[in-house]
Ligand binder design. Structure first.
Ligand code: JHZ
Length: 396
């Protein structure tokens, strides 16, 4: 049975930045979250049609931060060292930030957002501009044979039908191949109270426990788990076919399963505690922003993230508190934030000397941003975050 534990209210498409006039029929859905007692999977109660989120005007660019560019270069190097794969495929290849480290003649990209699929195609990678399904996987195997390494970053948790996605993986992976994927960690989301990991694109927030249960049904085993710092705490899950006895299951799998069990990730009650905290986080954030407003402080938001769409729509934060959102992504600039209609502008335009307070929408890049914004900090500017609790980051 699926048990609901959190209601984040009416939410728009998290990356549905608005160009021009605000449409009268802007799309909203009920963002509610459920826990599956059987598989222990945490998912959205209601899924949004994939084409509404992932299409030819998708705006999220993976190479936009140095943190992620470095991350994917290191990832590619470590895969070459550990697995020395010949045939490589990435699902959700975005602008090619990962596959650019592999030879185009032996590397395949799968990317449903055609504006991004075009980029890797032009760089010489065979690119399938499609969603990941069993149907597509059959076509790929027919045209290219099976793959030695299948990688997917921040994409598997977007796939609504996991049974279909993992069947497709199993039929595309060579018998001794490895499938590696990374997504935000449910354990980290709960312990950091980062409820803003929940939005339309994230159909599921994965625990190792749930993935272990589901992958086993598909004849696959997790053999390694790496805990990553990116995207507010992610897990990289390494998977092999159960029939492949050449790869040993490493201790990290049991360690992560034990940690998650200890932290109550198998128990519905843990999720209710989280939901209570989320409600308190909203009150605390609104109180803090109100105090700033009473002092006539100028507040902006830093990073027009999917995550901040959830926070702003859930808390009712719009231009009543925040003048603008600054973001380096050209595709987001000049538009309005989804649902709350806050103007998104370049940092050059919006992060000027009048700004007193910046809400860190991109809190997962705290280090990179605080280093970059030395001057703002030096003149007494304050960065506010809600993770793990509402606070001023640089308060003495
Ligand atoms: P960032 C996206 O979530 C969507 P978002 C997606 N569903 C997903 O799963 C995760 O990524 C992984 C900007 N920025 O990475 C760039 C600056 O302006 O937290 C980005 O627009 N200045 C695929 O949207 C945004 O912030 C900076 O100095 O929550 C960060 O978005 C830096 C470092 C970033 O992902």
């Amino acid at each position: 049975m699926k048990l609901e534990f959190l209601d984040l209210g009416k939410q728009p498409i998290a990356n549905g930045f608005i160009e021009g006039d605000i449409p009268e029929d802007e799309f909203f859905f009920n963002l509610k979250v459920v826990f599956d007692e059987e598989t222990k999977l945490v998912s959205l109660a209601e899924f949004v049609k994939p084409e509404l989120m992932f299409n030819d005007s998708y705006v999220y660019v993976s190479s936009m931060s140095k943190t992620m560019r470095d991350h994917f270069e290191d990832t590619a190097l470590s895969f070459k060292k550990d697995f020395n794969p010949t045939k490589v495929m990435e699902i959700g290849s975005n602008d090619g930030v990962f596959i650019k480290n592999f030879d185009p003649s032996t590397t395949i990209a799968v990317e449903p957002c055609s504006n991004f699929a075009k980029i890797t195609h032009e760089k010489g990678y065979q690119t399938y501009p499609s969603f990941w399904t069993t149907e597509l996987s059959k076509k790929i195997v027919e045209e290219n044979g099976k793959q030695d390494l299948i990688f997917s970053a921040n994409c598997m948790c977007h796939v609504q039908d996991l049974d279909d996605a993992f069947t497709a993986i199993s039929q595309t992976l060579s018998d001794d191949g490895v499938f590696v994927f990374e997504d935000p960690s449910l354990q980290k989301m709960l312990s950091r109270n980062s409820y803003d990991q929940i939005y339309d694109e994230h159909a599921h927030i994965f625990s190792v426990i749930a993935l272990n249960n589901i992958l086993k049904k598909h004849g696959m085993d997790i053999f390694r788990v790496d805990n990553l710092s990116v995207h507010g705490g992610s897990n990289r899950i390494y998977v092999k076919k159960t029939s492949n006895n050449n790869i040993k299951i490493e201790n990290s799998v049991e360690e992560n399963l034990a940690l998650e069990k200890e932290e109550g990730l198998e128990d519905y009650e843990r999720y209710l505690v989280f939901a209570d905290f989320v409600a308190r986080s909203k009150t605390n954030l609104l109180n803090l922003l109100r105090q700033y407003k009473d002092q006539n402080k100028k507040i902006v938001s830093y990073g027009a993230t999917s995550k901040s769409t959830t926070v702003f729509n859930y808390c009712g934060i719009s231009t009543n508190y925040i003048d603008c959102i600054v973001d380096t992504t050209p595709n987001k600039q000049g538009k309005l934030s989804p649902g709350t209609h806050i103007p998104v502008v370049s940092p050059e335009e919006g992060f000027n000397s009048e700004v007193d307070v910046a809400f860190l929408g991109a809190w997962n890049y705290e280090k990179e941003i605080l280093e970059k914004e030395e001057q703002f900090l030096a003149r007494g500017g304050q960065f506010v975050t809600h993770v793990p609790e509402v606070r001023v980051l640089n308060d003495k």
